[in-house]
Design a protein. Structure first.
Length: 156
């Protein structure tokens, strides 16, 4: 017996054939699994079962404390810096040096720090420019010798 299908029948068979098989297995397998494999029980040692029961009792007995929003006067997740022992003067650096670029001129190099041009020997915020390299500037100051790279930031 030979079957002949037109184009529409072939397309329906190509699409719906795998879809029907998929649906059949998605319905059949859970029924088979529940039928032959009822809810599985854990086979734990006795010590673990006791520990599990204690944990379940603790979880059942501890309930989170509910606080109404109207009762809150301050944010419980925010601590003021004075309570933490940090003074306001310690929180932020006083000066920031930012090296944005280095320009090579025929007679000397120029570095741009905080949007101002500086040369070797210039003083910036107490730091003397010791050397200007291709991608960095070396500074000498109260904290010693410091290397500042292009795009870098130095907090004083």
């Amino acid at each position: 017996m030979k079957f002949t299908f037109n184009l529409f029948q072939k397309l329906v068979l190509i699409f719906w054939g795998p879809a029907l098989i998929y649906i059949l297995f998605m319905v059949y397998l859970p029924i088979k699994y529940v039928k032959y494999n009822p809810k599985t029980q854990l086979n734990l040692p006795e010590e673990h079962k006791q520990l599990l029961s204690v944990v379940q009792e603790v979880e059942a007995s501890v309930k989170p404390k509910e606080v109404k929003l109207a009762v809150l006067k301050t944010n419980p997740f925010y601590k003021e810096s004075s309570k933490l022992g940090i003074s306001d003067t310690q929180s932020l650096p006083k000066t920031i040096l930012r090296l944005s670029s280095i320009i090579q001129m025929p007679e000397r190099k120029v570095c741009i720090i905080n949007n101002k041009p500086y040369y070797v020997g210039s003083v910036v915020e107490g730091y003397k420019i010791y050397k200007i390299g291709e991608y960095y500037v070396e500074l000498k100051g109260p904290k010693g010798r410091v290397k500042l790279e292009v795009g870098g930031v130095l907090a004083l």
